[in-house]
Design a protein around this ligand. Sequence first.
Ligand SMILES: [Zn+2]
Length: 449
Amino acid sequence: MNRTESPGSRWHLFAEACFIALLVVLSRVDWILSSLYHSAHAPTAVAGAVSLLFVGLAGALYLAALLVPRAWSGQVLRASVVMVAIYVLQAALRELPFMPLTLTVTHKVVAIVLSAAVAALMALRMGDALWLRTRWALIAACVVYALSPLILVQFTAPKVTVQVPPTLVNRPTVFLVLDELNANAAQPLIQALKAAGAKVDASVVAAVGANTITVLPEMLGAGHLPTAKVCSPSAVCDARGQFDFRQLTFAPSQHFHVVGFFHPYCEAQGWSSCERFGVPSVGAVKSLLCTFTRVLPMASSDSACEWMSPARWLVFREQVTSAVLASSFWSTGGVLFAHVPLPHPPGVDEGTSLEFDYEKNVAQAAIFVAQVWAKGQQSYGDGFQLVITSDHPLRPELWCRQAKYRDAGCQVPVNSQPKQVPFVVASSRSNTYPIPSSNGEIFETHRER
Ligand SMILES: [Zn+2]
């Protein structure tokens, strides 16, 4: 780079525009990792959307800089580099103890004004040489901050082995995790199983968390990570620790067959067969652009970007339930662990209330468990057992924010057991299956590191 050129030279403007675009891409690391972790988009689609964002933004900023007077454009771009760097690093600043837990509009406006003041000061007062050093330092800090969880997880995530207590799986067993099944919503499932001839032992157990992202890892041996979020394409992390599906082994001696969604189950090892399904999503480019609506001070969480298409969820559920019924477990035996998006909203119709959708999905779940039971009888006769539980109850606080339920109604059935989920065992014999104290203690897990 020719450092004798003025800050307003074309080369400088182009370089600053590229650095701003790079920092904006770094600010989307959460989206990139989540898209890969949940398999919401193919890796090539993620790479394509990110490249498009980088090229589009760098190009637009460069052209815009050429259009404003040269005396200003260099300074404006410098100030923008600082602003975006502060934005990337703000997540680290928010970890500081004196920061508020949730940011109000006032907090956001004050933060933007303060950042703009710091940025303007740096852009106007710094000499060229000092600016160049400062810019590299800011970019290095942002790269290290954005990528550090990814690197950390490689060295610190424990190796975990998961198995069913050996005395309980001396016969072919299916574990169904029905996502979002309330403790007091299991009755239609119990009736369907009884009608199909099963002996049913129904109880409730404590749910170890309120969301899929924390409970399933804990069920598989992560330990309690109550604020876990995605921190690599295969791991979740919180301040207490990490859980990487790549470090998870399903005990090979128990012949696990796995079908699931949301988590990258097939990154684990030791399974006899595994199928995971990507969560339905809008296209990668739209999904990436939608993340910016949350950046704006006035952004609300009921954006159309977040609504799930009932038609796509219908197809998606059909794929997961069909995979359960087509698993090679039904011919080879062992254990089938299935995480199924039922009665998880949305429903199958547009314009219906949350209560209506949930009831309909519970009815669909009852049909499905009866199908699983019938398949077990057909394949293994009286030797078969089916265990049904859930990760967490229905989350009205999440769903009622969605535009559909705000419009169509967000009455939900009263949940008298808000922190519990069903634990239902169906078999042909009298049950002696022990009831765990929580849904985090269904399996035996062994951690090595
Ligand atoms: Zn869930």
